[in-house]
Ligand binder design. Structure first.
Ligand code: PRP
Ligand code: URA
Length: 214
């Protein structure tokens, strides 16, 4: 079972994740290490996000005999990355489930209003029949995640989970209020937002740290 689960928020705080997250938070961690750690944590998060997916039995031949073995059954999986920073999580999730379909939604926060502005959307066909995992490392005000999930629901998705690295209490409330059917998987819940909407203590701007743009 996940380590902690309350009101639709699942805290995935395995010691390995906590250790790697500490390294990511450090101001002196360079982009190449930051990216690698994010990818590794994404793999570990995927383990919990998909803990209850269904298996089916198939008959296979081992080198020694025939056996009934298990493999993932439907529904087909879709990861939806919220650009840019979502791609840092996406890579680690695809390491775990290479056959998943991938959707992309481009959103940035207007720096003055903190409101999400959409600039791109591409989703696979058949969203209604897919288990959809929306990924973004940061849940700050919650505006980006809530807007992304609204668009994904408009495309037909019904079974949606949100996975992030850090969540602020403000973002959790916004997302739970907007989409109470969507569970939130997070590696940590931080203290609060600052006046510019950054998570405290946080790790800074995830996109900039992944791509070295500042
Ligand atoms: C960051 C982050 C989230 C958003 C979270 O993206 O990756 O998408 O902020 O903030 P919110 O919960 O207050 O909406 P940003 O807007 O900096 O864009 P980027 O990923 O392109 O850098
Ligand atoms: N987006 C980030 O990248 N970092 C924050 O702390 C808040 C939003």
């Amino acid at each position: 079972m996940p380590d902690k689960s309350r009101d639709g928020v699942i805290l995935v705080d395995h010691p390995l994740i906590r250790h790697k997250l500490t390294l990511m938070r450090r101001n002196d961690t360079p982009s190449n290490l930051f990216r690698r750690l994010l990818r590794e944590i994404a793999g570990l998060l995927t383990y919990e996000v998909l803990r209850d997916v269904k298996l089916e039995t198939v008959t296979i031949e081992t080198p020694l005999e025939t056996m009934e073995a298990e493999r993932l059954a439907g529904p087909k999986l879709c990861f939806v990355s919220i650009l840019r920073a979502g791609n840092g999580l996406l890579d680690g999730m695809l390491d775990m489930v290479p056959s998943a379909r991938v959707g992309t939604i481009g959103l940035y926060r207007d720096e003055a209003t903190l409101q999400p502005v959409q600039y791109y959307l591409k989703l696979p066909e058949g969203m209604a029949g897919r288990l959809t995992i929306v990924v973004d490392p940061m849940l700050a005000t919650g505006g980006s995640a809530a807007a992304a999930i609204t668009r994904i629901k408009e495309a037909g998705a019904k079974d949606i989970r949100f996975a992030c690295l850090l969540a602020a209490p403000e973002g959790i409330k916004t997302l739970r209020d907007a989409h109470p059917d969507v569970p939130i998987y997070t590696a940590a819940i931080d203290r609060q937002l600052n006046e510019k909407g950054y998570i405290l203590p946080g790790l800074g701007d995830a996109g900039d740290r992944i791509y070295g743009t500042r």
